[in-house]
Ligand binder design. Sequence first.
Ligand code: MG
Length: 407
Amino acid sequence: MSSTSPRPSTGWSRRELIASAAAIAGGAALLADLSAQDNPAANVADRGSDLAIKSLRGFRVGTKAYLKVETNKGITGWGEITGLDPKVAIALAESLFELLNGENPTRIEHLWQKLYRSHRDMRRGPFMTHVIAAIDVALWDITGKAWGVPVYRLLGGPTRDKLRLYPHAKAHKTGTGGPHPYSGNPDEVQRLVDMVKQTRERVGKDGTVMFDAHCAVPPAMLIQLAAAIEPYNLLFIEEPAVPGNIEVFKRLKEQIRIPLATGERDRTIWGMLPYLHERCIDILQPDCAHTGGISQMKKIATLAEAYFVPLAPHCTCSELGLTASLHASFAVPFLLVHEAYLDGHLMPPGVARKNWEVDAAGYASLPQGPGLGVEIDESQFDKVNADPKRQFKWPVPTLLDGAVRDY
Ligand SMILES: [Mg+2]
């Protein structure tokens, strides 16, 4: 604007401006009085500002890896890596410490981005994302402990008083449990139909039945099977196909009337988006430990909410990773049911001690903090690792003829 241009009128005269400034000054004095007496916000200190990460250590605990992140103020956070040979997981996590050393652990989103985008060629890979997920969970644990609140308080607070879990007497998932041959002969289809029928009888009319196709039933056979199990009123068919070609999911969605669920093998918002965008999934099943931790779970839930797609989170973690997923899930408004195994097959009881209960109806109570509220007993790690049944082995899924298949 040139100096000769007329000034835009503010509609305020000079006298009014002076009067207004005096009023603001008076208001500031009033606020100062309030701060000293009644304003609780005035007493809030930024307890996270001088925190710094000083170490990261990984431990093999059976088939899982636990990460321990320590800070300069004595606050420690824990996270769990699953699905990956623990010695590989630990080596990668400890290598990534180079990017975390001295950083403020409460800058969780910033550190997630720093790790995820650290090497352009490794972005989105499952090895990286599973490890980042555990680090993310440990940072939320530290941040909750620093503020003295459960993690879900930092995520907007609980959206429900209790959260429905399965498996439970009234909610059960049956499935193929392994690679399935491509024959579709009547006996084979009937065997799977009978499994669903028996599950419905077991949980009753007021119970919930789910079928896990485990990416193992070929699409043509799954279409045939889905028509046969329609009378049993399933909540969903899980993993109808192997992720990778959205056209297969679209084809299945066109021909199957039972709701379809998937997501446990997909990672981050970018992995989930095609299912939502192409409208081929009714229920999304992110796994907190696969998909990038609590930070990504919340983002995925928001994305799904916009498409009216509820969550049914997948989880095969011990009580450490499971509790992290519950914190995220309690803060999600649109959620159906959560997978949880508390029978000790994933980890002996007492190694990671949760601070929540399951009621007779199969609902989890709110985890008690601060942080995750999970206590880790490091003295039990050696005992777990000595158990020959708790060694990591790469699976080799084969059919009867020796061919390798998805499972
Ligand atoms: Mg599954």
